[in-house]
Design a binder for this molecule. Structure first.
Ligand code: GLU
Length: 453
């Protein structure tokens, strides 16, 4: 290490010590901040104004956190209670924007990490969106439609006070899809007597956008295509290991198949399926039906098609592949998984989920010189189309699927270009640095313009 990089590292360590002291017991939040601060510290140390105005300290402190109880009644008539929160992280460049997650693993730490990442991601899209995240430790798995409805209605009785089309615009995330958005939207409309674009991911019948369901997965593939294209390569015939089987994984798989890549894995919380020759369009249709219509398991693919194997209780990272697309959840690629992927010849990793690779995993990829696209750049297509949904709602217009997809492609291309511009290191591109610095500048400039707010 040169003395210069040593002093940057010392500043990072000093900063992180303070952050950890102020936010005890929040490991995911610490992890997300460290990743960003390591990229940004050289930029901040180089800029008198950013230093003077404590830009990093301010950007790592949420504007506001609302925590509330959600009481609801289950089908047996028992009263149940969950904790819900909305972390409104930063609205320097637009109204707060970010999903709601319903999952038993939801904690304040998880929502703060997600809200913090969202600030950078949303800035990278070039659209006027601040960053937020919310959710509850409610597990929709095994709940009836009516139970989910009662939970969503109850949650909105509190949340409606804090959101609005010019204030904060939630959307879906893990455990929150079209069904949940419909219930929440209906309750907001009733409470406020206003029909407006204060949620995105809505059904097409009530203000939703074409391509929103597909956007995160498609966007991730568009990003991967640019990343490979930069190296003179294409997606054709590449074996892609995907984790997850929600909307991100499914629509990434669909677009990859369209581009001639081989989707060799998909997974859920029970295990993964391995299709050594790649999923066929027919198999993809089947798995979409299983997941979207019946809320079933990926193992059903192996029951139906004999060339597909099912591996119970395992993650897909030991399977040989050219590209890994983790599309399930945070910290699903740990050090040993990353080492196995490198050993098996992976050439690119493109994150469809938020922070799916842990810190050691990222180090393994970077040391091995693997192309590594962090979620805040690669999965920004979802929130980008949410931004386009907001535009359509304001205009009281609906664009065609082709128009939205074209705009999405343009946005992913520009995000990639920003990563290249800010991440170039000799003949290599550090996409982590590129995304962090690219996302930071617009937010920092806006905050400086506002003075001490
Ligand atoms: N939850 C998604 C994300 O992580 C989408 C957020 C949104 O559409 O507001 O970016």
């Amino acid at each position: 290490m040169s003395s210069d990089s040593e002093s940057v590292q010392a500043e990072v360590d000093h900063f992180m010590k303070g952050l950890i002291r102020r936010n005890p017991g929040e490991p995911e939040f610490h992890q997300a901040v460290r990743d960003v601060v390591e990229s940004l510290m050289p930029v901040v140390l180089d800029n008198e104004r950013y230093r003077q105005e404590e830009i990093l300290e301010r950007m790592t402190e949420p504007d506001r956190v609302v925590i509330f109880r959600v009481t609801w009644e289950d089908d047996q008539g028992r009263f149940r209670a969950n904790r819900a929160s909305r972390v409104q992280f930063n609205n320097a460049i637009g109204p707060y924007k970010g999903g709601l997650r319903f999952h038993p693993s939801v904690t304040l730490s998880v929502l703060k990490f997600l809200g913090f990442e969202q600030v950078f991601k949303n800035s990278l899209t070039g659209l006027p969106m601040g960053g937020a995240k919310g959710g509850a430790n409610f597990n929709p798995k095994g709940k009836s439609d009516h139970e989910v409805m009662r939970f969503c209605h109850s949650l909105m009785i509190e949340l409606h006070r804090h959101i609005g089309e010019d204030t904060d615009v939630p959307a879906g995330d893990i455990g929150v899809g079209a069904r949940e958005i419909g219930y929440m939207f209906g309750q907001y409309k009733r409470l406020e007597n206003r029909v407006t674009g204060m949620l995105t991911g809505k059904g097409l019948a009530f203000g939703g956008s074409h391509v929103r369901t597909e956007a995160t997965g498609y966007g991730c593939v568009y990003f991967a295509r640019h990343m490979l294209g930069e190296q003179g390569e294409s997606l054709e015939d590449k074996r892609v290991a995907i984790s997850g089987s929600g909307n991100v994984a499914l629509y990434a798989a669909q677009k990859l198949i369209e581009y001639g890549a081989k989707v060799v894995t998909l997974s859920d919380s029970s295990g993964f399926i391995h299709a050594p020759d790649g999923l066929t369009p027919e198999q993809w249709d089947f798995v979409r039906e299983v997941k979207e219509k019946r809320r079933g398991r990926v193992s059903e693919l192996a029951d139906k098609f004999k060339e597909i194997e099912y591996h119970d209780g395992q993650r897909p990272w030991r399977v040989p592949c050219d590209i890994a697309m983790p599309c399930a959840t945070q910290n699903e690629i740990e050090k040993e998984d990353a080492e196995a992927l490198v050993k098996n010849g992976v050439r690119a990793v493109c994150e469809g989920a938020n922070m799916p690779t842990n810190t050691e995993g990222v180090q393994v990829f970077q040391k091995a010189g693997i192309l590594f696209a962090p979620g805040k750049a690669a999965n920004a297509g979802g929130v980008a189309v949410s931004g386009l949904e907001q535009s359509q709602n304001s205009l009281r217009l609906s664009w065609s699927a082709e128009e939205v997809d074209e705009k999405l492609q343009g946005i992913m291309k520009r995000i990639h270009a920003q990563c290249v511009e800010h991440g170039r290191k000799g003949d290599r591109i550090d996409y982590v640095n590129g995304a962090n610095v690219g996302g930071f500048i617009r937010v920092a400039e806006a905050m400086c313009a506002y003075g001490a707010v």
